[in-house]
Design a protein around this ligand. Structure first.
Ligand SMILES: [Zn+2]
Length: 455
């Protein structure tokens, strides 16, 4: 069994037809990873035309796409002629209203959780499952997973797509794949040890819990042969990634997917870890202004909109994901030209407007968390003082902070306000408060309190 100091790590080798990693294997799995922008664009046009033809097989799309000839699509930008699809649209067509093939061709159904009303049902043909496993295998291969790896999937198996989606990708690649499922830390640790697991898929929060269990058993997380972890499903910061990498002495890669687009495998980090490549031969990504639906320039935050280009059973056109991110400008050093998105910065539903400016809580969080004296909690309070909108940001500080003199407090308040102003273009009133003094809620934290009168 390999020891910690012999762990093979992800290698920074740019893609080219002959490029190899030090184990003598190719750096890429699929030829499409070598495509330039022109090749990607022409493939997208062909696929989009085919998808539009297929979509005419379902009443919902037939009505929506009336008057649009697939041959009208001459470039990827022509996708703007197709109407958006929302989660409510998908719910309204539950369970089988969006099928574009006869029911007998469907071999699997996945579903996203519905807290109210109907959930969303996503149906797959045998061909769809094959494409999904293929693209997932490509993601794993890109970060250095190889057929000789033992892959332990700690994600829930069931209607949720993180289990089976990742599982079939790892199997397709040829890994010995262990469907461990979530929780049951003692068993996870035994499997990790007994089978010499080298690669895992895990939720960020659970990865920390698992390390605690290892220490309770007197085992050092670094002593396991783990060398690569795929971590997704919950947003996490760069600081969190570094913590996890050090804790286990393994590479951690960010993964993005959603059940409406099959599941995991939509976008994935390459070994350079500078954003996530969206596989543009399978998905056509757009980033639009949340309010207007118009495209935003590269580098600007907006809502990710995705179109599935290869699905047969249930293609989804211009899906408003509600996930906020931005296209990263420029080329990735890995040589892949599939566009990169930033890690997910939050949900469109969390957006608020102050003095006509769209602001997301994550923008504020990213600024304030860079100050070492800032604690874990903060609150954004929106008010109207009679003259206009007031944005107050209440920030809990580390305990030691208030033992120092008041001049430091005032100067830090001013610095944070200035840094926020340059990020969100609105000058906030910053209040630094003692740790644990903001009201706590059970479950999801309440970050924004809007006290403005709506009249
Ligand atoms: Zn890259």
């Amino acid at each position: 069994m390999p020891q910690a100091d012999t762990k093979r790590r992800a290698e920074l080798v740019p893609v080219s037809p002959d490029a190899k990693t030090s184990d003598g294997t190719s750096v890429f799995l699929d030829e499409s990873e070598l495509w330039d922008r022109d090749r990607i664009a022409s493939a997208q046009v062909q696929s989009l035309r085919a998808v539009l033809k297929r979509a005419a097989g379902c009443g919902f799309y037939r009505e929506r796409l009336a008057g649009l000839d697939p041959m009208d699509i001459a470039s990827p930008a022509d996708i703007a002629r197709i109407p958006f699809t929302t989660k409510d649209d998908l719910r309204s067509q539950y369970p089988l209203g969006l099928l574009c093939v006869p029911r007998r061709e469907i071999v699997r159904m996945h579903s996203s959780s519905g807290t109210t009303g109907n959930p969303v049902a996503v149906c797959h043909t045998r061909g769809d499952l094959g494409e999904w496993a293929g693209v997932m295998a490509r993601c794993l291969y890109m970060v250095g997973v190889r057929p000789d790896d033992v892959f332990q999937n700690m994600s829930g198996y069931g209607l949720f797509t993180g289990g089976l989606g990742i599982h079939f990708g790892a199997e397709r690649l040829g890994c010995m794949t262990i469907p461990a499922g979530p929780g049951n830390s003692r068993r996870q640790i035994k499997l990790l040890r007994d089978f010499g697991t080298t690669a895992i898929h895990v939720l960020p929060s659970y990865a920390l819990i698992l390390a605690d269990h290892m220490r309770e058993l007197g085992e050092d997380p670094k002593s396991f042969p783990l060398r690569v972890a795929v971590v997704g499903a919950e947003p996490y910061s760069e600081e969190f990634r570094l913590r996890l990498q050090n804790l286990y002495d393994m590479d951690v890669f960010n993964s993005y997917g959603l059940s409406e687009m099959s599941g995991p495998g939509v976008a994935f980090e390459c070994p350079w870890r500078q954003g996530l490549h969206v596989w543009e031969d399978h998905f056509l990504p757009e980033i639009v202004d949340v309010a207007t639906g118009e495209p935003v320039p590269d580098g600007e935050v907006g809502e990710l909109v995705l179109t599935s280009l290869r699905r047969e059973g249930m293609p989804i056109l211009r899906y408003r994901t509600r996930d906020l991110t931005r296209f990263l400008p420029g080329d990735c050093p890995c040589g892949r030209r599939h566009r990169r998105i930033d890690r997910i910065l939050g949900r469109a539903d969390d957006m608020f407007i102050v003095k006509g400016v769209n602001i997301y809580p994550m923008q504020i969080e990213r600024v304030i968390m860079t100050f070492p004296d800032v604690g874990h909690d903060y609150r954004i309070v929106l008010e109207n003082d009679g003259l206009g909108d007031v944005l107050r940001v209440q920030i809990e500080m580390r305990d030691a902070f208030f033992e120092e003199d008041m001049r430091k407090l005032q100067s830090l308040q001013k610095t944070i306000a200035q840094r926020l102003r340059s990020e969100i273009l609105v000058t906030p009133r910053v209040e630094l408060v003692e740790g644990s003094s903001l009201p706590k809620t059970e479950g999801k934290a309440v970050r924004v309190v809007d006290m403005r009168r709506k009249d």
